[in-house]
Design a protein around this ligand. Structure first.
Ligand SMILES: NC(=O)c1ccc[n+]([C@@H]2O[C@H](COP(=O)([O-])OP(=O)(O)OC[C@H]3O[C@@H](n4cnc5c(N)ncnc54)[C@H](OP(=O)(O)O)[C@@H]3O)[C@@H](O)[C@H]2O)c1
Length: 307
């Protein structure tokens, strides 16, 4: 398996990681009814077993429960995984020292002395993101974080981040963005190429388009949760030809699940995909994409159908 390096000198991890937004979240996801802590523990164990070592979380996921669960699951072997968490620039966070306070909370919930990768969740005002970058640079100097990442930053913002960090002798390691066969904006606006040029790892979130690219949802059978239902309504109609080609490719590779075609397309584009999983079965299926890859010609056909 080809590993991917985070940033220019970060840890090397499998190109498929695990996203943990749904872990403990009852606002957007149905934690506690469809799935619970033991399902997630099994998903965590199955991922590690299959060589998936990168776990993405955030202080806002489940209001801290995602970080707590991850901390509990990893308690026996905290060195086996690479954790990335995120700082959320809430509008009431006006002072630079909001960031070290938030970081301390994340480290406590995760049970870690330092964080391999800390990301600014969104480039939201009122404070400029430069303020948070300087606070992150302070945290690197204090040994509390190893690498700095951003999330949902566009090309012009990334260029500015590079300059701010350069002024502190540091480099940007990653940009976490929505990227999948159904979200290809980062190719069109030059973001993907910019990140490649600067060795900034693109972490592809929602790589399964929140389940749409697994083939299990359709117009007749949309996702049940309201947020996903609203989000998927416009996409379900144009999905059929793409899913048919994905199915054809999956069958050719030995009856693989369609979801693995979606993940391997992200891998073929040089990104680190972080599908969310709610149980061991989903975690195993997602990690299964690491055992095979798409040909260049298959990637081109998928590009043509999803463009
Ligand atoms: N930085 C940001 O702003 C941001 C935003 C969004 C997400 N993220 C990160 O990216 C991660 C992944 O994104 P996401 O959860 O939005 O979407 P996703 O990974 O595209 O989809 C995850 C959902 O698809 C379904 N699924 C997963 N594996 C499956 C499989 N093998 N077969 C069938 N169904 C499967 C599950 O839901 P069902 O079983 O209910 O269908 C799962 O919750 C998040 O957990 C989070 O870490 C970051």
């Amino acid at each position: 398996m080809q590993l991917i390096q985070i940033g220019h000198d970060g840890p090397k991890v499998a190109p498929i990681g695990m996203g943990t937004w749904a872990w403990g979240d009852t606002l957007f996801w149905s934690y506690g009814s469809d799935y619970g802590e033991e399902d997630l523990r099994a998903a965590y164990d199955a991922s590690l077993e299959a060589g998936v070592t990168f776990f993405d979380t955030a202080e806002v996921y489940g209001s801290g429960r995602s970080e707590q669960l991850l901390g509990r699951f990893a308690a026996a072997n905290p060195d086996e995984h690479v954790v990335a968490s995120k700082f959320f620039p809430y509008p009431w966070r006006l002072l630079r020292n909001s960031l070290p306070k938030a970081l301390a909370g994340s480290l406590r919930r995760l049970g870690l002395p330092s964080l391999p990768l800390y990301q600014i969740h969104w480039p939201f005002p009122p404070r400029s993101f430069a303020t948070w970058l300087h606070a992150m640079a302070d945290a690197v100097e204090a040994g509390l974080i190893k690498q700095i990442g951003v999330s949902n930053f566009g090309p012009r913002q990334v260029e500015k981040v590079i300059k701010v960090l350069e002024s502190r002798g540091l480099r940007l390691s990653s940009n976490q963005i929505s990227y999948s066969l159904l979200a290809r904006g980062p190719e069109r606006n030059g973001l993907l190429q910019l990140c490649r040029d600067h060795k900034i790892t693109v972490i592809a979130y929602s790589p399964l388009a929140q389940g749409l690219l697994t083939g299990k949802y359709s117009r007749q059978q949309p996702p049940r949760d309201l947020a996903r239902w609203l989000n998927s309504a416009s996409k379900l109609g144009r999905l059929a030809p793409l899913l048919a080609e994905m199915q054809r490719i999956a069958t050719l590779h030995g009856d693989k699940p369609v979801s693995q075609v979606a993940l391997n397309w992200c891998v073929a584009k040089g990104t680190l995909a972080i599908p969310g999983a709610k149980n061991a079965k989903q975690a195993e299926l997602n990690a299964g994409a690491l055992s095979w890859s798409l040909s260049e010609e298959e990637v081109e056909r998928l590009d043509a159908l999803s463009g």
